[in-house]
Design a protein around this ligand. Sequence first.
Ligand code: FAD
Length: 301
Amino acid sequence: MSPALLTGSAPTRARFSFEVFPARSGAAALALGHAVQHLSAAGPDFISVTYGANGSNRDASVDLLKYLRDHTDALPLAHLTTVGEDRETVRAAIHSIMDAGVHDFLALRGDPPRGRTEADPEVAGSLSALELVELVAEARAERPALTSVGRTSVAAYPNGHPLSRSRSEDIDWLVAKQEAGAQFAITQLFFRAEEYLSFVSDAQRAGLRIPVLPGLMPVATSGQLRKVAELAGRPAPAELTRELDEAGGYAPELGVEHTVELASELLAGGAPSVHLYTFNRHERVLAVLRDLDLLTPDPLR
Ligand code: FAD
């Protein structure tokens, strides 16, 4: 991560980072290896790797983090969740990720595992993201030689998390994660610049000082658009929905166009960088960065 993002001072050129998830088959793993080479060659601040609820794909996440560390120039950042696991298991997971040479974390509570709901005692009783930030700090302290290595980030929800009753509760919770030691935040997906900009400005008025990276995904299909709307907690823009439907439900160029417009507004409004959800493909996110003029020509092309 560039120092400018951490201090909040304006970088000369906007920066970017990527999210990938572990492949679910051998063929997908080969394609992912190819994609991360292109993503890494673009020079991101970091590439984050998702983590399955309940530690369900923990080994695959750690393998992908190691692959990034050993075979690319990108800084790997590990998502880590607590849901359904006790404190000692989570502590062991932090140490095994650090043993793999990865020291940057996105500390999350995690989604309820398949078949469980928020009301399930196993889910409701999980350590919160705030407690995980503290646990990561404790684990770092147990490795004195490495205390200055690695950073902890947390999730933020511009349109509110389903568990929160109000924007102020979401903001208070984010500020509490900052006070526990989080050094930057990454947002849930959203469609409109105003949703991010007003959230960040309200949060800053409430004491937030850490950078908030907007999370964006260039969708290619109507199905992806519906999924993003679900995560965003807001309907997708009517025009994008209609145009995708008219194109037969598949039009990657429309997702790129929408993401470029959104990112331009966000960066003009003061966003420190953009965090792109890649869906394990490099073409669309690199097209977005190229159109934003944030990319030197892809050296692998
Ligand atoms: P928390 O910050 O602990 O809580 C979420 C919200 O609940 C808070 O914003 C707040 O509104 C409310 N809340 C909780 N506790 C309190 C409290 N004590 N007081 C007041 N309010 C409270 N899930 C995965 O399973 N794997 C992943 O890899 C993954 N990656 C993600 C990456 C990003 C960028 C984002 C935004 C989400 C990701 N998620 C992932 C989903 C996330 O784990 C879920 O949204 C989960 O429901 C909440 O996790 P959290 O870390 O935000 O939890």
